[in-house]
Design a protein around this ligand. Structure first.
Ligand SMILES: [Zn+2]
Length: 228
């Protein structure tokens, strides 16, 4: 009888896992892209020419705390290949009270990165081809995550100009200053991502992308040889 009950339990678990599963802590779940979620992203982050199958994406619900310690519910879409890592990273940040201000689908900003970044939104999937190519950016593959984007801008200095994204992040270019939501080498956010094999854009040489964590080029090529 006991064996039978265990078997039923395993069966129920397996059935449940097909739809979504909650990996321990309340508030942290991974699901397939439901028709309801698809309706929210279609033509926005999931553009009409997107060749990445929906089966390769996952919808995550996470909890996060702002700088005042208030808990918020967040949602994110990322690749199935990093979904459990990203869930565990957010769980680690939440449990430690590492502040993350906003975690909303970029679709709430009409999939416009600049607007999402100005709002300090953390996000992952936003499909696009790399300009003038058939390559897909790592955000387009759901293999890169941006955290606390206003305070951790993308900075590229050329002969003529400094390119800053979001353009409103001028105050946060000087990384010797201290300010809220700043990501630093060795902090918890850095550790949780890098110990799972992610690279941090704050360590790049040619440009800096302090908000950005991504899987390696080798891994992305392995997963998507046609698009990388
Ligand atoms: Zn990024």
């Amino acid at each position: 009888m006991k064996k039978f009950m265990v078997a039923i339990g395993v069966l129920l678990l397996a059935f449940h896992a097909h739809e979504s599963f909650s990996a321990g802590t309340e508030g942290f779940t991974i699901s397939e892209i439901s028709p309801e979620i698809f309706a929210r992203i279609q033509g926005k982050s999931y553009k009409d020419n997107c060749p990445i199958p929906l089966e390769d994406l996952r919808y995550l619900r996470v909890l996060h705390k702002d700088i005042n310690g208030n808990t918020h519910e967040g949602e994110m879409i990322c690749s199935v290949h990093i979904a459990s890592d990203v869930l565990e990273i957010f769980r680690g940040l939440y449990e430690a009270g590492y502040p993350v201000e906003r975690v909303r689908l970029v679709d709430e900003y009409d999939a416009d990165d600049e607007t999402s970044m100005r709002d300090n939104n953390s996000s992952c999937f936003n499909f696009r081809f790399i300009t003038h190519s058939t390559r897909i950016s790592k955000h387009g593959l759901g293999l890169a995550v941006d955290i606390n984007t206003l305070y951790n801008p993308y900075i590229r200095v050329t002969d003529k100009e400094t390119i800053l994204e979001p353009s409103t992040a001028g105050e946060y270019v000087d990384r010797t200053k201290s300010f809220p939501y700043k990501i630093e080498k060795g902090d918890l956010c850095y550790k949780l991502f890098t110990e799972r094999g992610f690279e941090w854009g704050g360590e790049w040489k040619s440009l800096k992308d302090y908000q950005h964590f991504e899987v390696s080029d080798e891994r992305a090529k392995e997963l998507y040889p046609d698009y990388r």
